[in-house]
Design a protein around this ligand. Structure first.
Ligand code: ADP
Ligand code: MG
Ligand code: MG
Length: 248
């Protein structure tokens, strides 16, 4: 699904990612952990193609196709989804209407026709039931006055509707309470399948009590310095990150 080779990236001429190698297969959930400032959000931004980040070396392949030269929207249309740490508010546009537009834009870019209205409604109904999202929530204005938990619910709903091949959830948000963590975790657990892959970025070991990753990677100073199974998250919980920094 995703292969990253020797990825180096800079922000304002400062090298942040210093040679990342990562392979994520369909059906897998990977957690990327690490101390503040390690480059976790930079990595997610670089995969999604956000501006401000310059890739200076390396490859990012999605199903064998190089992403680096593609615009963020093109990557999204190919099935890359990045959760928004700071979602925009759009007064007067409901969660549902925003989603309808996003889906049809994506289909258009993929050369498909608009989704028929009845099919769209059916999909909205199914996905919102799966995620236990209330009808009232779907008619609210996008992000306007949303609580932390509601923002997460909206993100997970977007992910459910867009059915990405690769979902990257960057959960560094400082305001993540236990409800928001549960919403994210339940969503990921319900939406993961043998055909998609999920990368969860977090410095909260707590999140991984709810989402069981197949692999845990520790990012430190722009490099993956350790990879293990879910037990690595527990070890980090116990010992913190210093022992890993000292190992390297
Ligand atoms: P993490 O998510 O692991 O906490 P980040 O990727 O946010 O780490 O940040 C890694 C380093 O890159 C930090 O030193 C941060 O200050 C710097 N950085 C990230 N994004 C930018 C940016 N847009 N402009 C300037 N510096 C940035
Ligand atoms: Mg940070
Ligand atoms: Mg971050």
């Amino acid at each position: 699904m995703l292969v990253i080779k020797n990825l180096h990236a800079s922000v304002e001429d400062k090298e942040i990612l210093k040679g990342i190698n990562l392979e994520v297969k369909a059906g897998e959930v990977h957690a990327i952990m690490g101390p503040n400032g390690a480059g976790k959000s930079t990595l997610s931004s670089v995969i999604a193609g956000r501006e401000d980040y310059e890739v200076t070396e390396g490859e990012i392949l999605l199903e064998g196709e190089e992403l680096i030269e593609l615009a963020p929207e093109e990557r999204a249309h190919k099935g890359v989804f990045l959760s928004f740490q700071y979602p925009i508010e759009i007064p007067g546009v409901s969660v549902t209407n925003f989603m309808k537009t996003a889906i049809n834009e994506t289909r258009k870019a993929q050369g498909l026709e608009e989704m028929p209205a009845n099919e769209m409604l059916k999909m909205i109904r199914e996905k919102s039931e799966l995620l236990e999202i209330d009808r009232k929530f779907l008619s609210r204005s996008l992000n306007e006055g949303f609580s932390g938990g509601e923002k997460k619910r909206n993100e997970i709903f977007q992910m459910a509707m867009l059915e990405p091949k690769l979902a990257i959830l960057d959960e560094t948000d400082s305001g993540l309470d236990i409800d928001a963590l549960r919403i994210v975790a339940n969503g990921v657990n319900k939406l993961k399948s043998k055909d998609n892959a999920v990368i969860v970025i977090t410095h909260y070991q707590r999140l991984l009590d709810y989402i069981v990753p197949d692999f845990v990677h520790v990012l430190h100073d722009g490099k993956i310095v350790k990879t293990g199974g879910k037990e690595l998250a527990l070890e980090l919980e116990e010992k913190g990150y210093d022992w890993i920094k000292n190992e390297n």
